[in-house]
Design a protein around this ligand. Structure first.
Ligand code: CUA
Length: 335
């Protein structure tokens, strides 16, 4: 139980590799900066441990040595001071602190200055998922999935559509707030192929704890192939519109708010809804047909179902007509 708490969420639930087998080991490091950051962290910890032993050791030693005799009136010898000793115990720690400052500052400047040849990726937080866009590959938009090439510097531009979220990838030792109305940057260069968790670390509402994504570090060739695949959101050979719609549903991150099993999440379930009557927040009723679904995707807050709050983002510009048709067919198939 305690071990589970220390180790954090079960990797099986996140769908990623285990982060660590022991609460006493550092998390795996999968970026160039992470390795260097760990070095400074370990160095500071060791220096602190050494100072602790020296200081507390001396304290205990003197406590025993100069203990007041139980029965006696031995006078303490007159206390004087040693200029030499005082100089050295000030000078040496000062040197250590200056060295730590220079080391930390150099690394910090490196961590906040993206190289000019970095791959640009835009990451947007919203309740309660991450949208990842690749400006260099038109149409490549992912949800809760960040694909990055190995050994290539990557610069993320973060923002938010609603409240403050915080983008955190432990294996990269990178964390930055995604703030509405503002862009912030972070960069990293991944070193190890694998799948790692991506968390939101700013409390952003009741589904905050579900705002978990995956980071895939892949070889450059696979990176290009997967982005090309992601960019073409169109029905495949022999694929039914409903199956295509299921892929659109998955790609759009719709499942973050809409269940397909009848349970209500942030938004209403989509199961058995096609053709049904729905009561809206203003008390009127609407039949769920093709036009209502289309409107709800493009202008989600025009007709909000009673009991739910208007907080769905518009997917205008994100889904073309064919994708919307696919979604309609998919919702139709959810009996
Ligand atoms: Cu987004 Cu917490």
């Amino acid at each position: 139980m305690l071990l589970n708490l220390l180790l954090g969420p079960d990797p099986a639930l996140l769908g990623t590799d285990a982060m660590s087998a022991s609460p006493f080991s550092l998390l795996p490091a999968a970026s160039t900066n992470a390795q260097e950051l760990d070095n400074i962290y370990v160095a500071v910890t060791l220096i602190c441990a050494l100072s602790f032993v020296l200081l507390i050791g001396a304290q205990v030693y003197f406590m025993v040595k100069y203990k007041k005799p139980a029965e006696g009136h031995r006078k303490t010898s007159p206390i004087t001071h040693s200029g030499k000793l005082e100089f050295w115990w000030s000078f040496i720690p000062t040197l250590i602190l200056i060295a730590l400052f220079v080391w930390g500052e150099t690394l910090y400047m490196k961590m906040v200055t993206p190289p000019s040849d970095a791959v640009n990726i835009r990451v947007t937080g919203q309740k309660w998922f991450w949208t990842v866009e690749y400006p260099d590959v038109p149409g490549a938009i992912l949800t809760d999935e960040l694909i990055v090439p190995k050994d290539v510097p990557v610069r993320l531009t973060l923002t938010s559509n609603d409240v403050i979220h915080s983008f955190y990838v432990p294996v990269f030792r990178q964390k930055k707030d995604a703030v509405p109305g503002r862009y912030s940057n972070l960069w990293f260069q991944a070193t190890t192929v694998g799948t790692y968790p991506l968390f939101c670390t700013e409390y952003c509402g009741d589904q905050h704890s579900t705002m978990i994504g995956k980071v895939h570090v892949v070889e450059r060739a696979e990176f290009d192939a997967r982005l090309a695949e992601a960019a073409k959101l169109e029905p495949g050979e022999g694929e039914s519109m409903a199956d295509f719609g299921a892929r659109v549903f998955d790609r759009g991150g719709c499942a973050a708010c809409h269940s397909i099993d009848g349970s209500a999440k942030t938004g209403p379930t989509l199961k058995g809804k096609y053709g049904a009557q729905e009561v809206l927040s203003d008390g009127s009723t609407v039949t769920i047909d093709d036009n209502y679904i289309r409107e709800s995707i493009l202008e989600p807050n025009a007709k909000v179902v009673q009991g739910f709050t208007p907080q769905m983002p518009s997917f205008a510009g994100r889904f073309d007509d064919r994708a919307i048709t696919g979604l309609i067919e998919y919702i139709k198939s959810l009996k």
